[in-house]
Design a protein around this ligand. Structure first.
Ligand code: KG4
Ligand code: ZN
Length: 336
């Protein structure tokens, strides 16, 4: 692999069209993210058909801007990396088809990347972190505790058995009338609330020490809101948001620390959109104490972005993996 190796990353798995140029796997030369939130927010969530159409309209402009920002031209690219799953299949197909076309025309190698692996690799961007470490991956669609033994070598120690952590944030925000996406809105309003005002339980998964269940807390919040409304008691939205956030963060931190102790790692990393949560970052750092170093990517690399896909693609390709013109898009795709 040549020095000054340029990877073009492309990400279209959900509602962000993103393209990025990354040098030697870690240095981000550009990372363009076009958010579709204004098209989806009135529906309270992502509408798959709208997402596919918006990706189609945006992909060429977003990629050209990523190249311009990096100061390079198409022929300078050494590798095209694209998210091929998991995600919305129609949305993924836009990125996969575009990346295949580019790789074919430019006669450059193509590599399909697992979106969850991309989130984990966000920790390597602009950083000198090396495996092994434990990674808590928490996004709108996934909540996993992953032991990262080495590049591309994973052990999934636990996962959600129902809703993902981000999904719980989004559904709770909707119930509170806060809007979409809910995570950042709850994060903000919770800062003004009392997190001990209401006790919301998070269920434990019997026999699975490192797994999560978040559907119960969503129902507990809905029940609480219904009871308050029936009794005509004013609802302190900031207190509900803060108490909900505390319960979710406590469960995430407790299980992550237990998994890190079980693997005897020195470092814990955070990944995925919910890793941008200020309370989660603060609580994990505080409770890790001197036992573990805690690594958080900057917030822009936590939510969906193509720089993380370029990074994961670079390391997969360095490990000898390559994709071909039969690369497809997969709604579900495991980390192995
Ligand atoms: O990783 P991501 O951008 O997309 C998926 O792969 O799902 O994650 C999006 C999720 C949404 O559920 C959003 O509400 C949540 O991440 N999120 C947050 C914060 N920022 C984004 N959740 C809690 N606090 C935040 N600050
Ligand atoms: Zn994601």
């Amino acid at each position: 692999m040549t020095e000054n190796f340029l990877t073009l990353g492309i990400e279209t798995s959900c509602d962000e069209t993103s393209a990025a140029v990354v040098l030697n796997g870690r240095r981000v030369l550009s990372n363009v993210i076009f958010s579709q939130v204004k098209w989806h927010e009135k529906f309270g969530g992502v509408v798959p058909e709208i997402a596919s159409r918006q990706h189609l309209e945006a992909i060429c402009h977003v990629t050209q801007k990523a190249l311009d920002d990096a100061g390079i031209k198409f022929p300078d690219i050494d590798l095209v990396a694209v998210t091929c799953g998991p995600g919305l299949v129609g949305a993924l197909l836009v990125g996969v088809s575009y990346a295949k076309g580019l790789a074919y025309v430019l006669k450059k190698p193509l590599i399909g990347v697992n979106h969850i692996e991309g989130h984990i690799f966000a920790n390597f961007l602009e950083s000198s972190l090396e495996p092994p470490f434990l990674c808590l991956v928490v996004s709108g669609g996934h909540s996993h505790i992953v032991y990262v033994k080495d590049y591309g070598k994973y052990e999934v120690m636990g996962r959600t058995v129902d809703d993902a952590a981000g999904e719980a944030f989004d559904k709770t925000a909707r119930a509170l009338g806060l809007g979409y996406p809910g995570g950042p809105l709850i994060d903000r309003i919770a800062k003004t609330g009392d997190e001990n005002a209401i006790s919301f339980p998070v269920a434990h998964v019997r026999g699975e020490d490192f797994s999560f269940s978040f559907s119960g807390i969503k129902s507990a919040v809905l029940n609480y809101l219904n009871q308050m409304r029936m009794k005509n008691i004013p609802i302190a939205v900031e207190n509900v948001a803060a108490s909900f956030q505390k319960a979710v963060v406590d469960a995430l931190v407790e299980k992550t620390l237990a998994a890190a102790r079980a693997k005897n790692v020195r470092t814990i990393a955070l990944a995925g959109g919910v890793a941008a949560n200020s309370k989660l970052r603060q609580e994990l750092s505080a409770r890790a104490g001197g036992d573990f170093a805690v690594n958080f990517p900057p917030a822009v690399f936590c939510t969906d972005n193509a720089a993380m896909i370029a990074c994961a693609g670079y390391y997969r390709n360095k490990g000898g993996v390559i994709s071909h013109m039969d690369l497809n898009a997969y709604a579900t795709l495991s980390l192995f």
